[in-house]
Design a binder for this molecule. Structure first.
Ligand SMILES: NC(=O)C1=CN([C@@H]2O[C@H](COP(=O)(O)OP(=O)(O)OC[C@H]3O[C@@H](n4cnc5c(N)ncnc54)[C@H](O)[C@@H]3O)[C@@H](O)[C@H]2O)C=CC1
Ligand SMILES: O=C(O)CCC(=O)C(=O)O
Length: 432
């Protein structure tokens, strides 16, 4: 089922969705001209002294797609497949999603082409610090604010924030979000992406009059975002019948409890091997192995995609049996894949709404850092829920009212806001 990802296709695919919105909204030509390419793309070489004394150089990027509505915002990915086109596409999605949930941000993203599993902890720290030195001139609390993404986490953000403080000779906690709480990180950020995705699923389920206990989930990509989503969804009563990571998948008809599974996984056990029950831990009496990509074709109510881009596409979409899809990953369903799902009336809850919990709480972290406040986790979670309730309702209602997909409704909401900002900034012919 998997195929080699082509990032040129990924960017073209992303732009084709943008062109659809331009047509539907009849936007000003100046807006189209601005949004068809990024406003800044920086390529850097990050030199790292390895533990054995050798020097290695890793290519990296920081792309700011659009900064009309505020400073660029978006995570940093460490992955062997990263390239400029992938980072550009991810920064485009950041611009759209920040506008969809009405944050005062543009879209940015960063990445380094590296396999972090091959680095020691000290090599990883040197890489993180080197990357920040390389992009320092284009970032900052009022310009571009990085955060975690695939294979980066609060620890890595802590190293990066410390490096930035050294460079600017002062404390600038608002320059990076997703930090450890001791360095000004917001409570609730670690779980925010998963928590936000669950809000969106709940909102949709309620409109469909579907109860959590009658809803089965299969979840691809049991990493940070998916773990917190799964933990909270399990608490709410959804039945998780399958989980996968890059090494394999497990399945249980009676349902999986994500907590003990993550505990075992953090002891360096492979997800694929966790199909046992003994005195110390019971994953599920009936748990069994699945090949990794077989999870995508299970007959479940909701297929949750929380790994990487390009997972459901024209070559495998016919095998999907789920009744709905939830995108926690960025870009897991291609436009051709989605068109085929639409023909079978299978809705997709799109990334640019469903995974915004992370960036929303990153925004709350930035606000706390800039005002010197510290909010309780309860306050953070309440504000996250309020924002997603309000902005999510606008998207779901618009889709129903205009007879369009949830993604089309979300894109229209986001692009209308960006387009309005572009015209309000002036420098456009006949703009009002
Ligand atoms: N961390 C965050 O706050 C946010 C993350 N996202 C997106 O969510 C997705 C996951 O991000 P994180 O959880 O942070 O990353 P992570 O690195 O913690 O987890 C990714 C997981 O996906 C698994 N994986 C990779 N390829 C796979 C495959 N083909 N099949 C099954 N599993 C596979 C990996 O083994 C890992 O368990 C990414 O697309 C990211 O851009 C979106 C919004 C915010
Ligand atoms: O927290 C953030 O600023 C951005 C998170 C991110 O990279 C994403 O939403 O894809």
């Amino acid at each position: 089922m998997s195929r080699q990802m082509d990032h040129a296709n990924l960017f073209d695919d992303a732009r084709s969705r943008l062109e659809d919105v331009f047509q539907a909204l009849d936007v000003h030509d100046d807006v189209i001209e601005r949004l068809m390419q990024p406003s800044l793309a920086l390529q850097v070489s990050v030199s790292v002294r390895m533990d054995d004394g050798r020097l290695r150089v890793f290519p990296g990027w920081r792309v700011q797609y659009d900064t009309t509505l505020g400073p660029a915002k978006g995570g940093i990915r460490f992955h062997p497949d990263v390239d400029q086109l992938e980072v550009t596409t991810l920064s485009f999605w950041m611009a759209v999603k920040c506008a969809v949930v009405d944050l005062p941000y543009g879209g940015g993203k960063g990445g380094v082409k590296v396999d972090p599993k091959q680095l020691s902890r000290l090599e990883l720290e040197r890489l993180a610090r080197g990357y920040i030195r390389a992009i320092a001139d284009v970032m900052g609390p009022r310009r571009d604010i990085p955060a975690p993404d695939v294979n980066t986490n609060a620890t890595v953000m802590g190293w990066m924030a410390d490096e930035y403080d050294h460079l600017v000779r002062g404390k600038e906690p608002a320059a990076i979000t997703g930090k450890p709480p001791a360095l000004g990180g917001s409570l609730g950020r670690v779980a925010a992406t998963g928590r936000g995705a669950l809000h969106v699923l709940d909102q949709w389920a309620k409109r469909e009059q579907r109860k959590p206990e009658d809803t089965t989930l299969a979840i691809q990509g049991f990493g940070n975002a998916a773990y917190h989503f799964a933990r909270l969804a399990h608490e709410r009563g959804y039945r998780i019948v399958a989980l996968s990571d890059s090494g394999g998948a497990i399945y249980s008809e009676e349902g999986l409890d994500p907590e003990p599974i993550m505990q075992q996984k953090t002891k360096n056990q492979r997800l694929h091997d966790l199909v046992y029950c003994d005195e110390s831990v019971c994953i599920a009496e009936d748990a069994e192995h699945l090949d990794r990509d077989d999870l995508l074709t299970l007959d479940v109510d909701v297929l949750v995609l929380a790994a990487l881009e390009d997972q459901i596409h024209e070559d495998n979409v016919d095998q999907v049996k789920a009744k709905a899809l939830l995108e926690i990953a960025n870009g897991p369903v291609t436009s051709k894949g989605e068109a085929a799902l639409a023909e079978r009336d299978i809705p997709v809850l799109p990334d640019v709404l469903a995974n915004t919990g992370g960036v929303i709480v990153s925004y709350y972290e930035w606000v706390q850092n800039r005002t010197g406040e510290r909010w309780s986790e309860e306050t953070v979670n309440e504000r996250l829920a309020e924002r997603l309730e309000a902005q999510g309702r606008l998207v779901l209602e618009r889709a129903e009212k205009e007879g369009i997909s949830y993604r089309q409704a979300a894109y229209r909401q986001g692009i209308e806001r960006i387009a309005h900002g572009i015209l309000q900034r002036g420098n456009c012919q006949d703009s009002e």
